[in-house]
Write a protein that binds this ligand. Structure first.
Ligand SMILES: C[S@@+](CC[C@H](N)C(=O)[O-])C[C@H]1O[C@@H](n2cnc3c(N)ncnc32)[C@H](O)[C@@H]1O
Length: 261
């Protein structure tokens, strides 16, 4: 599915939200050391750049080379293209040796993975004890009653036939995603824990954000333009006179640690 993000990699880099400092502080407070983090499905590095402020080194991987091209380059972040399914030998070669990583993060990506295979890699590469995995997702942003209502309608009907099954996990706020890890210290469950991120958008940014959805690309490949003139007109009317609006995205975090055994 990483192909779905290839054609709109540029839109993706410009239109997707970054994540709030509180999220990273909470996550980083759960790993006793801060040497090495692995941001999987990094896209254009939305989470990697914040991790780079809290961890000495970050390895940021993605199955799409095109996405990585648009990532912010930083001295302590190594971007690495990987196949979408890796063997343990490939993890060792492209990511890190066994038991050396403090934190694995997956921002808005876990729902696309072959989970049993991925979790085997996570268990192999995380430090034992105390290695932490943190995965979060966000769903539709909230902008204003009028825009939200058109957006919900658009999402619930126009886009529905083209979403992948995996999207259900995002709609459920990761409540139902398989997450076989132990609660981190100070918690009695693995989430979802709720955070919120905000970004300021003008109308063009908003349309670019919709174009960055994988479903937009899927529909396009089937000959369907989801943002036809009539749809754009409805959004424009709902947007009104405001030049810019604040978009608030609720974020849902699952976090856990490997078992000590
Ligand atoms: C929705 S984007 C999330 C990007 C970024 N982490 C963010 O927070 O915006 C999903 C990313 O997952 C990548 N991806 C999908 N399946 C993958 C896999 N099996 N292994 C690695 N990356 C994958 C895609 O190329 C895409 O960049």
């Amino acid at each position: 599915m990483s192909n779905l993000f290839v054609k709109q990699a540029k839109q993706y880099a410009g239109a997707r939200p970054s994540y709030p400092p509180q999220l990273f502080q909470f996550i980083a407070s759960k790993t006793p050391s801060h040497n090495l983090a692995w941001d999987v499905a990094t896209g254009s590095g939305q989470a990697a750049k914040s991790l780079a402020e809290l961890y000495q080194n970050v390895i940021a991987t993605d199955a799409s080379e095109k996405q990585l091209e648009f990532a912010t380059k930083l001295p302590n972040v190594r971007y690495q293209h990987t196949p979408s399914t890796m063997s343990i030998a490939e993890v060792e070669q492209k990511v890190a040796p066994q038991g050396t990583i403090d934190l694995v993060t997956i921002a808005q990506g876990l729902h696309w993975f072959d989970l049993p295979n991925f979790y085997a890699q996570v268990n192999w590469v995380l430090k034992k004890p105390h290695g932490v995995i943190a995965a979060w997702s966000y769903n539709l942003p909230r902008l204003s009653d009028a825009v939200d209502s058109v957006l919900d309608q658009f999402y619930g009907s126009d886009t529905k036939p083209y979403w992948d099954q995996a999207r259900r996990l995002v709609e459920n706020n990761y409540r139902t995603i398989d997450f076989p890890f132990e609660p981190v210290d100070g918690a009695d469950h693995t989430g979802p824990f709720e955070f919120v991120t905000e970004t300021v958008m003008d109308f063009d940014d908003f349309l670019t954000y919709i174009k960055s959805w994988s479903v937009y690309q899927t529909a396009k490949e089937k000959g369907v333009e989801l943002l036809g003139e009539d749809v754009v007109e409805k959004f424009k009317l709902a947007w009104g006179e405001d030049g810019q609006k604040v978009a608030k995205y609720p974020i849902y975090l699952r976090i856990g640690k490997v078992s000590d055994a």
